[in-house]
Each structure stands twice: as C-alpha cells, then as structure tokens.
Design a protein around this ligand. Structure first.
Ligand code: U5P
Length: 117
C-alpha cells in the first residue's frame, strides 16, 4: 500500500544525487535513517518516480521470478558498508551504474528493492 511505497522511496529513491561517491553514500544513508545500525548494502535509484512505478506494469516492467524487472535501465548508486563496526558513524563505498533493476510490487507500486543486473 501507500505506506510501503513511501518507505520504499525513503530507502531507495533519490531523484538527483550529488556526487554518487562514498561521501554521498555516507550522507544519504544517514539522512534516510539507514545507519542505526549501519545497513550493509543499499541502492538508490535516480530519475523519476513515474518511470520507477511503471516497472509494476507493462509500460516498463515484466515478470521476473517473484519480482518485476525493468525493461529500461536506471541510473543507480549502490552504497556498501566498508566493514568494521556496524554502529555509526558508518563508512560507505559507492558503485554507480546504469542497470536493469528488480523490485517487488504491491497494488501497482514498488515496495521492495531486490537487485540490479
Ligand atoms: N539491497 C539493495 N541493493 C542491492 C541488494 C540489496 O538495496 O543490490 C537491500 C534491499 O533493501 C534489500 C536488502 O531488501 O538489501 C536485503 O537484501 P538481501 O540480503 O535480501 O539480498
């Protein structure tokens, strides 16, 4: 429902990122509430909400296992925890890419980020 979609956006959507490097990850992971404890891996999808929502229907998505995969690639940044303590401050490395993504949908809205490939 809307609540899970909002949660998905908080965790995985950033329209126009600044940097897409480790500093970007450290800042946005904290800002989005993902650092208590430090989340190990988290992907941010860039672009428009409408293009991401369209993965849930035939406009930009197709079935993939129990998920839906995008027909078109997205600019994404995946933040990976550097290791050591999982208590903040959390250090991250960034990997920027242009990739197909797989999400779970509920009532036509994305609610879970599964993977990119
Ligand atoms: N996750 C990402 N990007 C990835 C892989 C995992 O953001 O490339 C996040 C998702 O929020 C996912 C969580 O729900 O990590 C756990 O992933 P997994 O251990 O189920 O693969």
């Amino acid at each position: 429902d809307e609540d899970r979609y909002t949660h998905f956006l908080t965790q995985h959507y950033d329209a126009k990122p600044k940097g897409r490097d480790g500093r970007y990850c450290e800042s946005i992971m904290k800002q989005r509430g993902l650092t208590r404890p430090c989340k190990e891996v988290n992907t941010f999808i860039h672009g428009t909400r409408n293009d991401i929502k369209a993965i849930c229907n035939d406009k930009n998505g197709e079935p993939y296992n129990n998920f839906r995969r995008s027909k078109s690639p997205f600019q994404i940044t995946t933040c990976k925890h550097k290791g050591g303590s999982n208590r903040p401050p959390c250090g991250y490395r960034a990997t920027a890419g242009f990739r197909t993504i797989a999400v779970a949908c509920e009532n036509g809205l994305p609610v879970h980020f599964d993977e990119s490939f």
